[in-house]
Write a protein that binds this ligand. Structure first.
Ligand code: BGC
Length: 249
């Protein structure tokens, strides 16, 4: 089965063909900057461009990951893309616009399933929480390897402030925080997560996990905490894997 993953982000929309045996890209990833405003019409036009390049014959099964919760495929709220997505049923909209079945999954959930299937979460039982530290904070919760979809633990309140506003990797850059100062905020965030969930394992993804040696050793938690392995391929690989499991053939 030819499978493509598409990862919709605040600054870029990225896609690649995925080898589902290995959990790796086949060929290069293609990236197009996220249109501004990032409305559904503009984003779907980018999908068509990406698919023309990666799949001119229109044979591939497509999985999309998206930066919002998607209960029943519909966006209830969205923090980091255009508000016109609210109320849109993504699975229906994308399937209709692209003329083929498309599955949709929250971006952190996609990174999580990739990590649990091909990465450091493989064969890990118990409660595992993957957090992606990027523009926002995304979370993916697994109980004995099974995804509990659409958790939004990046939006818990810490000191009366939305956690991702205070603690995301984008905030570290915006406020020019050193690793130590940022690690203090991460400590507060993950301590609260431990109070709420008592995870056995916490995985840390997002581009900043490349520098995990700068901040993970500064954290003091009961749970084991490890950097994710798949780095910036995780969303695309997870979206493609999800499509291979869930698309109606
Ligand atoms: C969204 C999540 C998303 C995360 C990472 C948050 O603002 O609410 O759904 O997973 O950002 O993109």
């Amino acid at each position: 089965m030819k499978t493509i993953g598409i990862d919709v982000g605040g600054s870029g929309i990225k896609a690649a063909l995925v080898d589902l045996g290995k959990g790796e890209f086949i060929g290069d990833r293609v990236r197009i900057p996220t249109p501004q405003p990032s409305t559904p019409e503009a984003v779907v036009a980018v999908f068509s461009e990406l698919l023309e390049e990666l799949d001119p014959d229109g044979e591939a099964v497509v999985g999309v990951c998206f930066p919002a919760p998607l209960p029943g495929g519909t966006v209830p709220f969205i923090a980091n893309l255009d508000q016109s997505w609210v109320g849109v049923n993504l699975a229906e909209e994308f399937t209709r616009a692209l003329g083929r079945p498309v599955t949709v999954l929250n971006d952190a959930d996609a990174a999580g399933v990739a990590e649990m299937h091909y990465g450091v979460g493989k064969d890990r039982p118990g409660t595992v929480l993957l957090t992606t530290l990027g523009t926002g904070i995304g979370t993916a919760l697994f109980i004995d390897g099974k995804l509990v979809p659409n958790t939004e633990l990046g939006h818990i309140q810490i000191r009366g402030v939305d956690a991702e506003t205070r603690t995301s990797a984008a905030t570290r850059k915006r406020e020019d925080l050193g690793w130590k100062k940022w690690a203090k905020r991460l400590q507060q965030y993950y301590s609260q997560i431990e109070i709420l969930l008592s995870p056995d394992l916490i995985l840390v993804g997002g581009g900043v996990s490349r520098n995990s040696d700068k901040f993970l050793p500064l954290l003091n938690l009961r749970a084991e905490i490890l950097p994710a392995e798949l780095r910036n391929t995780a969303g695309i690989v997870g979206a493609a894997w999800w499509a291979s499991q869930h698309v109606a053939q």
